[in-house]
Ligand binder design. Structure first.
Ligand code: DGL
Length: 267
């Protein structure tokens, strides 16, 4: 099966998921779209983010014939996953449920936290999922506006981001959670800062690895896996913004596979 796995995010955040997918299934081809011309998605109205997600998904299907779409963005997953599953015939995997399942599996106290963009938190998607999956869990949710912009500028460990983190993480700190889901795919790049603020007793959970496992299992069930004996898969990186910036920062964040970036400008 030589069709690629297509993934997208507003920018660099989905690279955390791409890294996990490549590490778990190096033989698969991956095509990644970073919508850096229109980031951040978090503060935008839900209808606008849903329209972007739909546009990217259709474009990926038309131009890259993927065997699966991975919505490597919590905000887009929260507001558009159901719709995307209606409009394309290939499987569509989001990041919310895999991340939440991982969070629930590591918590001992059953007091957990989720941090995400304003859009994700306001959508109520995590709150609804917890009610469905584990209603007895004590969930505290906090929005972290500004985190994504620090990552997109490549500032992941500055004093400024630390000061912001102290303020924005106060609700989850005060709730005495024992596990915290980084409910935005950009946030694993801020893990050191977030860990410093939350302290050693709080386990940080990223949705990237769990999403990669979900991708693997859905491909297997659908009979779409490429044999593991195959040579290393090809990767393709596309950005709607400045491709030089995407190549430089992207390589720093993802690693050497991010070698060449293609431009796709929206009209
Ligand atoms: N990385 C995305 C998410 O997981 C989008 C962040 C943004 O563009 O605001 O929510």
């Amino acid at each position: 099966m030589d069709r690629p796995i297509a993934m997208f995010d507003s920018g660099f955040g989905g690279l955390t998921v791409a890294r996990a997918v490549i590490d778990l299934m190096p033989e698969e081809d991956v095509v990644y779209f970073g919508d850096t011309a229109r980031y951040p998605y978090g503060p935008r109205p839900h209808t606008e983010v849903a329209a972007y997600a739909e546009q990217i998904t259709r474009w990926m299907v038309d131009h890259h014939d993927p065997k699966m779409i991975v919505v490597a963005c919590n905000t887009a997953t929260a507001v558009a996953l159901d719709r995307l599953r209606e409009i394309v015939s290939v499987p569509v995997v989001g990041v919310l449920e895999p991340g939440l399942r991982a969070l629930l599996s590591v918590s001992v106290s059953d007091r957990v936290g989720v941090i995400g963009t304003v859009g994700t938190v306001a959508s109520g998607a995590y709150q609804t999922l917890v009610t469905d999956l584990a209603p007895a869990i004590d969930l505290t949710v906090a929005a972290c506006p500004g985190f994504v912009e620090f990552v997109e500028r490549g500032e992941t460990e500055t004093d400024q981001v630390h000061v912001l983190a102290e303020r924005l993480l106060a609700p989850v700190s005060e709730a005495k959670v024992d596990a915290l889901l980084l409910g935005c795919t950009h946030y694993p790049f801020l893990a050191r800062t977030i860990a410093d603020v939350m302290g050693r007793d709080v386990v940080l959970v990223s949705s990237a690895d769990e999403t990669a496992f979900a991708v693997q299992s859905q491909l297997s069930i659908a009979g779409l896996r490429r044999p593991e004996s195959e040579a290393r898969g090809a990767t393709q990186w596309i950005s709607s913004g400045d491709i030089t910036v995407f190549a430089d920062l992207g390589r720093r964040l993802l690693g050497p596979e991010l070698d060449q970036v293609t431009s796709h400008r929206w009209e």
